[in-house]
Design a protein around this ligand. Structure first.
Ligand code: NAD
Ligand code: TYD
Length: 358
């Protein structure tokens, strides 16, 4: 028996893979297309670990996924693979529809065929965990209560619309075919291995490179931030104890405006690696044009997950952001390779080895 992780070379996926293998002997099959967001360097420490089977492939390849499911007797699928960046979805939405909607549909078809052929006991124990986002719920007014699982869907960006569509497909496969699915809606993650196109890692690497720190609009948009390892522990909890057909919101009770996040990152850098000229990093902040259709506020009510399954985040924002900034300071080579694109050469030169594990 084994689990299948899709998108396990991305930010959350690779953190999940490392976290899972730190506490389980079970084989983990990692299917990833290695788009710009997939970085096998993240998983370098697992290179000679037989429990990690890396497969370079597309969730849209139903035949390949079917073979993997059967060959490894998969008992659970954790579906992370996606196009995930809102700004990219605005400039090029097609890839989001292709992977997040069509790809998820193809994956579900492969999983359905495999699952329907299992013995009844294995069918009952099987799980398909769909990793979704709070962004499917749309934008909240300043004083509105946080999103519960009953909140209506109102996705506003091509990214969130594509994730919403995939959520509906996952739900339909439970309702129509009985596939034992679980869906999680998590707030904004941050932590190590985060590609520096998203707010927090971009601000850290730009600050250290002496570049401008671009804050969209007035910087008062609010997000609810969760340290990535807490997301991983929530996913393990939901996989182990969640009720098939249920959805669970995951969040850190950490609502903060973007400007405050950027200022906190700057203050930590001032403390841990002050600028040579003695000026504060916050002097690099630059207000730029707002994102089109920018959601003003997200906030997650995670009470169902804590009441039903006993999950709680381990990190506060203070402890998590300090660990994150320190991780980037400790990993200049990772940052340099991601910025120069050299991580892709590294992937190619190591591909034969990684691919042979499949
Ligand atoms: P990411 O962009 O860092 O990684 C995505 C991974 O999926 C990459 O490794 C990429 O190569 C892979 N991938 C893309 N298309 C693929 C395809 N067709 N077949 C196989 N692999 C493919 O994303 P992330 O931030 O790690 O997010 C992971 C999941 O979590 C996504 O589904 C996202 O919607 C969800 N999520 C993210 C956040 C967040 O704050 N980052 C919050 C809530 C939910
Ligand atoms: P991001 O990390 O892209 O996540 P999401 O859009 O999925 O919430 O952005 C987080 C917030 O930070 C969002 O309100 C947009 C804002 N932002 C900036 O102000 N400047 C930036 O350069 C980026 C990438 C994001």
């Amino acid at each position: 028996m084994a689990i299948l992780v899709t998108g396990g070379a991305g930010f959350i996926g690779s953190n999940f893979v490392l976290d899972w293998l730190a506490q389980s002997e079970e084989t983990l099959v990692n299917l990833d297309k290695l788009t710009y967001a997939g970085n096998l360097r993240n998983l370098e420490s697992l290179q000679n670990d037989p429990r990690h089977v890396f497969v370079h492939g597309d969730i849209g390849d139903t035949a390949q996924v079917g073979q993997l499911l059967a060959r490894h007797q998969i008992r659970a699928v954790l579906h992370f693979a996606a196009e995930s960046h809102v700004d990219r979805s605005i400039s090029g939405p097609r890839a989001f529809i292709q992977t997040n909607v069509v790809g998820t549909f193809s994956l579900l078809e492969a999983v359905r065929a495999y699952w329907q052929a299992l013995a009844p006991a294995q069918q009952a124990a099987f799980r398909f965990l769909h990793v979704s986002t709070d962004e499917v719920y749309g934008s909240l007014e300043p004083e509105a209560p946080a999103f519960t699982e009953a909140h209506r869907y109102a996705p506003n960006s091509p990214y969130s619309a594509s994730k919403a569509a995939s959520d509906h497909l996952v739900r339909a496969y439970h309702h129509t075919y009985g596939l034992p699915v679980l869906t999680t809606h998590c707030s904004n993650n941050y932590g190590p291995l985060h590609f520096p196109e998203k707010l927090i890692p971009l601000m850290i690497v730009n600050a250290l490179a002496g570049k401008a720190l671009p804050v969209y609009g007035d910087g008062q948009q609010v997000r609810d931030w969760l340290f990535v390892n807490d997301h991983c522990s929530a996913l393990r909890t939901v996989l182990a104890a969640g009720q098939p057909g249920q959805t669970y919101n995951v969040g850190g009770w950490n609502e903060k405006p973007n400007l405050e996040i950027v200022q906190r990152v700057c203050a930590l850098l001032d403390e841990l690696q002050p600028r040579a000229d003695g000026l504060p990093y916050a002097s690099q902040i630059s207000f730029v044009a707002d994102r089109p259709g920018h959601d003003r506020r997200y906030a997650i009510d995670a009470r169902k997950l804590s009441a039903d399954l006993g999950w709680k985040p381990a990190e506060t924002f203070e402890s998590g952001i300090r660990k994150t900034v320190q991780w980037y300071l400790d990993h200049p080579q990772w940052v340099q390779e991601v910025q120069s694109g050299a991580y892709r050469d590294w992937v190619q030169s190591h591909y034969a080895q990684a691919g042979s594990a499949a």
